[in-house]
Design a protein around this ligand. Sequence first.
Ligand SMILES: Nc1ncnc2c1ncn2[C@@H]1O[C@H](COP(=O)(O)OP(=O)(O)OP(=O)(O)O)[C@@H](O)[C@H]1O
Length: 715
Amino acid sequence: MGGDLAGRRGGGSATPGSRGFPGGGQGGSGWGCGGDVEESAGGGVLQPRHPHAVHQLVFYSVYGGWDAAVRGPPPYWFPSPVYSKDTNLGRILEFHGRKLLGTSYSNPIDSFSLFQKFSVQHPEVYWEIVLQELSLKFQENPRCILDTSDQSKYGGKWLPGAVLNISECCLLPMKRSDDSVAIVWRDEGDDSSVNCLSLKELRDQVMMVANALDATFSKGDAIAIDMPMTVTAVIIYLAIILAGYVVVSIADSFAAKEIETRIRVSKAQGIFTQDFIIRGGKAVPLYSRVVEGSPCKAIVVPASGKGLEVELRNNDLSWNDFLSSVERFPRPFHYFPVYQPIDAIINVLFSSGTTGDPKAIPWSQLSPIRCAADSWAHIDVQSRDILCWPTNLGWVMGPITVYSCFLSGATLALYHGSPLERGFGKFVQDAGVTILGTVPSLVKSWKNSNCLEGLDWTKIRTLSSTGEASDVDDDLWLSSQAGYKPIIECCGGTELASSYIFGNPLQCQAFGAFSTPGMSTGFVILSEQGLPYPDNQPCVGEVGLFAQNMGSSVKLLNADHEKVYLEGMPIYNGMQLRRHGDIIERTVGGYYRVHGRADDTMNLGGIKTSSVEIERICNRADANILETAAVSVRMHNGGPEQLVIFVVPKDRSSDWEAGVLETKFQRAIRANLNPLFKVSFVRVVAEFPRTASNKLLRRVLRDQMKKELSARPRM
Ligand SMILES: Nc1ncnc2c1ncn2[C@@H]1O[C@H](COP(=O)(O)OP(=O)(O)OP(=O)(O)O)[C@@H](O)[C@H]1O
């Protein structure tokens, strides 16, 4: 991406006027539309209480004449000079900018893109600065930031020689005091209060659990956590790492067979779980699934906070019995952390399995530093923030959220219940959440059910989204709920412990788009011939990541790392590129869009296109469409790929003619994408198959359609 492109964006001259979108600037929360805070505070016209139709009318009218092909995606949020200097990166740039970038430095907004490039070219300088900003305490300091002398170490050796305990770093009063609030939470159904745990109280709890672990397990054991992301789960997570064990993260939505696979692959010796999961007013059995899936010792936490409501196996322990092992300890709240080299494994995570079997990915102590640093730089997590991201420790966002809060000194906000319901929204309001993370399916559900109506989300200063491609209209709705705050898009992978493309509060933001490669992340976009496009040119292709990527995986437990990520990838500037498998677009104006997995691309009449691109258009072809999925299949007698659109309607009772929909889709695709793409089949379904982390499984829809076609009589 050319510096000039980004510079123009940042400077605002490519935006629709310095006041921009009428929604921006309200709430006085410290940002504005190109002006100073003082000018913009309270200056917004649109309010969260206005119906979505009004927000739509204004947004789509303001940008009605915007030619995206010439100007790129329309930006809806613009950083002000005053706001920019109050961000983490802005502060760093004001302090170091001139020294590092020389006379090229002007201000955080205009110089952001240059600094991102600088961070790729000089990782040792960038990381030296960022390490100082996080709550990190090394027992042995690293010899250097990056050692590339050993050619056999793909991507180099980061922070060689460093010894630390990353869990201890999360618990130290470095970025905040012992009395500051570390975690706030609320149980589902309890609207009365928001519970708080101070940093000191958290540390005491973690140390007590660490002592109890030593009484039950052998050093170095892998210990699984399969429970909702509650305060207790976070305490257990930190305790396992503090005491020198390895966490095996298992999402609480998995069936017994999935639990069994994860326990087997990771060789876990024990598992922390709950009797039930309380969600949406229901008690969903969890312990019974764990018992079916694993013979290893289970420690069972009561979901109700009172007694257990299940009968345990002989070898299993109730949470209370587990903790009672420390009663005889003279100092149960004291614990000496187990210090380990930087590359020691602390957590085994599993990818979502969108492209096949989930990969078992070991995280070293570098990975948490990477997570926290990226959230610090891109989501601007600060010690004054209260961060909520409904997820699970079994998904990459769980550990990312924990480290992003505790290594930056922010407060972690946890809701013990379903994030789909009003109770969650009320918690966000009552807890004063300032940073809210989401996934697109959650946003779609909130918008569709209207369950947040009347709640006040204006304390939120930054929103964030990850997991799947966002829908522009859903994001318009989300941003408007918080008084037009920026939605920072993040796209990466479990194996990277981070994202490779992001939004950033030093740049104008456009709905459903990313504004920059991650700090210190380099990549090229490859043509079909495997050749990199020039980095200032709009293009679409598979992303090839640079090898030197701090915190990314070097090993898989259940697959050959080299085969999965490196084999067959081209060399760029003498450097072996790393596969990520995404097709991305660099737009005019230097934004990025994700077009989905390389496996989901199709060839329609000789033209390559992605599912996501077609879905974006089809989603808006009729008001009663909740979502669409586009796949292509070949007929049993071969021939060209046929386009199939699957549809989930909003109103399931409405009687839909596939023929009418086919015409609507065809018309929309012809007008907005390519007149040559022909819709061959439309199928209306009640819901889409998804991974346990809610990602759309197009490969299952493809198989379903292939089966249907092969069952048809052959001519
Ligand atoms: N904001 C986003 N927009 C679009 N796609 C996203 C976004 N965030 C993540 N993704 C998709 O999710 C992928 C990362 O998810 P994850 O690490 O869980 O692995 P997976 O690719 O879903 O699973 P597997 O590697 O097992 O196939 C990204 O490569 C991208 O395809």
